[in-house]
Design a protein around this ligand. Sequence first.
Ligand SMILES: Nc1ncnc2c1ncn2[C@@H]1O[C@H](COP(=O)(O)OP(=O)(O)OP(=O)(O)O)[C@@H](O)[C@H]1O
Ligand SMILES: [Mg+2]
Length: 332
Amino acid sequence: MADPPVVRTRGLTKRYRGTDALVGLDLEVAAGEVVGYLGPNGAGKTTTLEMIEGLRRPDGGGVVVDGLPVWPDPNDVKRRIGVQLQATALFDYQRLHEIIYIFGSCYGIHRGRDACVALLERVGLADKAEAFVDELSGGQAQRLSIALALVNDPVVTFLDEPTTGLDPRARRALWDVIGEINRDGTTVVLTTHYMEEAERLCDRVAVMDRGRIMALDVPRALITRLGAEATVRFDLSDRVPAADLCLLDGATDCRAVENGYEVVADDAQRTVVSLLELARTRGLRVAHLDIKGADLEDVFLSMTGRKLSDDEDEANASALKKRRRFGFGGGR
Ligand SMILES: Nc1ncnc2c1ncn2[C@@H]1O[C@H](COP(=O)(O)OP(=O)(O)OP(=O)(O)O)[C@@H](O)[C@H]1O
Ligand SMILES: [Mg+2]
């Protein structure tokens, strides 16, 4: 028989001042998985995570973590899980190994200095054991908050936008850290609005928008189900009605965008040949032609009619604002 899920939510709902923030969320996370909630600002990612973590009370539905109902009394569950909040406040002038000790002692785990350094090692911060929090870069601060989400050797750890606001190099380095934690046996549930992160890190992705899970599956399966192989992007020397481009061979969808056109294709090669033929017969020049393999961005676009990445700069700015407000590093 399969192991029971580590996390199970059933019909989870939340209303804020009469407005639905979450509408009946169902999700099961198996032991050893990395599952991600992918969605734009305000989708309900943090609300969901914090109801599972026992930090926000749901208005309806239930959550079971490691076989225990989280509500009405979340304390037993809190002892067994690791939590990295979207914003973390720590004392600036405490050394990293001291913070690890203090957080561990809250769970009754009194680590010696070497054991504290060993935990910092897991997130690549062993050489900063004597440093003050104040001295950390944004990426290092995020690593520390992940280490703190591991102090009690949790069965599952929850990471709320672990890489938002980091530069691409720091983000990739953190993916390695999270992958490593998972390989060590910790189940990981995270939120993100980076589709690349979801694709690279997650065994399964719940695509969220406006308080609903629009789709939940292995990233490749979500993309394959679209029936689109690629998006062909280009500009033309003169405008043509976008509808004409939908008639290209292999095209399944098409749209005019700011810098030209995008044609979604289930056979990009045929589409490009057909495009060049159309350009020749109409005396047009094709410019800036490129082919982008289908990704989760396309999944989000097809489900919501909006681009997830439009939200990215705004999300970065808002994440940094939240972190700074709570006095915790972020991109320095
Ligand atoms: N404490 C609160 N009181 C009132 N409304 C709230 C509260 N917390 C969240 N909301 C609203 O609920 C919705 C979901 O918010 P939530 O923070 O869960 O989204 P999110 O997906 O985590 O967004 P982000 O990517 O910005 O972190 C938003 O419309 C938000 O304004
Ligand atoms: Mg959030």
